[in-house]
Ligand binder design. Sequence first.
Ligand code: FMN
Length: 334
Amino acid sequence: MEKEAKSQICVSRSFAVAPMMDWTDRHCRYLHRLLSRQTLLYTEMVTAPALVRGGAVHLLDFSPEEHPVALQLGGSDPEELAQAARLGEEAGYDEINLNCGCPSDRVQSGTFGAVLMRDPGLVAECVAAMRAAVSVEVTVKCRIGVDDQTPEEVLPEFLSRVGAAGCERFTIHARKAWLQGLSPKENRDIPPLDYELVQRMRGMFGGLHLSVNGGITSLDEAERFLEAGLDGVMVGRAAYHDPTAILAQADRRIFGAEGDSDPVEVARQMLPYIERHLSEGGKLGQVTRHMLGLFAGKPGARAWRRILSEGAHKPGAGPELVQEALGAVTGVAA
Ligand SMILES: Cc1cc2nc3c(=O)[nH]c(=O)nc-3n(C[C@H](O)[C@H](O)[C@H](O)COP(=O)(O)O)c2cc1C
């Protein structure tokens, strides 16, 4: 079973949906999994202190259908990260990823994210402690540098030191994070992208698996990066806003598997999941908010969005609302 999960990750690691706070929760990942069986999915970042000190292990809940799925951790204390990684492995995650890329202003919850680009020695310690605690793969998501750092110097040093601690797979968001003066949102757009630097790292670090992330908005682009020799591609916002465009053909085009998924079929397959969620006391909108982009750019997309976003929060709203919205897309009463 463990072997099977490992070999699935070896396939899936070439294409991933990025970890995104408030977005890639378990409902979102369930939807993405229906669109693509192979794409690697990441959780939102969960901080190690929340798990270890706060005991918030419910943050690890996920559906078995989501595999292969990686847990992203935030933190900078090796022992705490090791304990959090262990909890993640026990919960069944296929990979544990350390966040070294997120510029966060939530200082009270401790040091984590992009600021760790300044301390590759500490990241190496964290990775070594996490690897010693779990048998699933420990990976890192990072930037090319922060603030006034020189990426051409900092990134190879980071990959080399963290690689020496046993991390063999990195996802590189190909821009700096500017920790002073930019919001997290601005930090995803304003610092310029440097894909060529990531390509050069590919040439320098033959033994590492390197995925590129940042600003990739289509499967065509993803294919071009893979053809150019990158080991993997991670897509964030585009996969969330237009999941069908990024994921429905990914199994065939990226993984060489049969068959594209049909968003109408996927919406129908969400119905039993929604029923289950409601029967457990959940709310319709918690699931449907991730489905709004399913028909982006297609006829009926506006009505689909409108029906779901206006109706999902009304008392008693249930799967019939999704069926009604589907009627607007398919042109027939579903
Ligand atoms: C709403 C949102 C939340 C994010 N949360 C995380 C996070 O928890 N961990 C992380 O490593 N990156 C996070 N990111 C960054 C993405 O993983 C990704 O690196 C970034 O969006 C660039 O990729 P893209 O241009 O394909 O969106 C977040 C991005 C967005 C839009």
